[in-house]
Design a protein around this ligand. Structure first.
Ligand code: SF4
Length: 365
């Protein structure tokens, strides 16, 4: 445990609570309990589902989502953070939109940081101006995923439709330069999604970004959102294996919590349209909803081998990580992470945090 945690009784209690939560959660997952005295370690809070790009692998970009568009209101956001801060480890501020389109995103980050949460988000970097970069860095964001799906202009603009390659590249390079100059401890991950359009460029992409001020290169495997969208599944490089043999309950339901901008709680990102709403945190709060009747029913279905919610039927995400007794789970994506020369060869900058343990799993939603 780090020194500053030991010296602060509030932090120390919180850390103990988190440590104790893990084995209890593990047992409740292994036994398939609908309810246990546990809490989610990772809370996904959708700042907005509005986006300015039309990416070919995304339900928002393909305009097939039917949920109303909106931005999370400040009062709902602060109520969520106030409630989860005493126990949760991380809050993730993106889901189905571009977080930098939310007018108060910087304040949202600051608010969560003041309450000692690990905060991360992902951006398409179209709005990553110099001012936005400085504000993100000074707000104390812990991790950012910078989406740059392609090494070349042609590929990038075929995948991230409406994105302008030179502009986004310039924004990302300036952000990384600022981070480096200011000695910011933020972890900046440059990301490419592996799909049919990008596959041939992945190796060169890694070589190019290894010589940058990014910390990690995140090669994210295509998420087909539970195989619900034919056009997205068609982009897969390899055919997904059949899912129903030896299927086990999905750890997401015991470990994570996903809240849409209007407060609707859902199982995970694959329920992008909230076809299986599990309650609304406006009615009683995050924990009450997460332990509520609908969430319990979802866990019961999984524990008894009924993967009947629309998003779960053909999903393979459950197989991407396996809970451990004393460790948190996956981070919602299947990815390979490669260190850059910056993160390997240089001395840690002042105030720099150690990078998290690397694994073959994990990545942003
Ligand atoms: S099985 Fe897939 S769709 Fe169902 S809760 Fe898990 S990740 Fe979500």
């Amino acid at each position: 445990m780090r020194k500053e945690t030991l010296a602060d009784p509030r932090r120390f209690r919180r850390r103990l609570r988190q440590k104790a939560n893990m084995p209890v959660k593990y047992v409740s997952y292994e036994l398939g309990l609908e309810r246990a005295p546990t809490f989610p370690d990772r809370v996904y809070v959708e700042s907005t589902n509005v986006c300015n790009l039309d990416c070919i692998m995304c339900p928002t970009g393909l305009h097939i989502d039917t949920r109303p568009k909106g931005f999370m209101e400040w009062d709902l956001y602060t109520a969520i953070i106030d409630e989860i801060a005493p126990f949760a480890e991380a809050v993730v501020l993106h889901s189905w939109g571009e977080p930098l389109l939310h007018k108060r995103i910087f304040e949202m980050i600051e608010y969560a940081k003041e309450r000692d949460l690990w905060v991360e988000t992902s951006t398409n970097a179209t709005r990553l101006t110099e001012e936005a970069s400085r504000r993100l860095l000074s707000a104390g964001l812990d991790r950012i995923y910078l989406s740059m799906d392609g090494l070349t202009k042609e590929t990038y603009e075929r995948v991230r439709v409406k994105g302008r390659f030179e502009e986004v590249l310039g924004n990302i390079e300036r952000f990384l330069e600022l981070k480096w100059k200011l000695g910011s401890p933020i972890e900046a991950d440059i990301q490419i999604v592996r799909l049919s359009e990008t596959d041939a460029e992945v190796d060169e992409f890694v070589r190019r970004w290894q010589r940058s001020h990014a910390d990690l290169i995140n090669i994210k495997e295509l998420d087909t959102w539970g195989g619900q969208i034919e056009d997205v599944s068609a982009l897969a490089v390899e055919e997904e294996p059949p899912v129903n043999r030896q299927r086990r309950p999905c750890p997401n339901l015991w470990y994570h919590c996903h809240i849409h901008w209007d407060g609707t709680l859902v199982s995970c990102s694959r329920d992008y349209d909230a076809v299986t709403p599990l309650g609304n945190v406006r009615n009683g709060g995050v924990l009450a909803t997460w332990h509520g009747a609908r969430m319990r029913a979802m866990r019961r279905w999984h524990a008894t081998g009924e993967f009947c919610a629309k998003q779960c039927v053909s999903c393979t995400e459950w197989s991407w990580w396996t809970p451990q007794p004393f460790l948190g789970g996956g981070t919602g994506g299947k990815a390979e992470k490669v260190r850059t020369e910056e993160s390997v060869g240089h001395q840690p900058r002042t105030g720099a945090k150690p990078l998290p343990v690397l694994s073959g799993r994990g990545g942003p939603e």
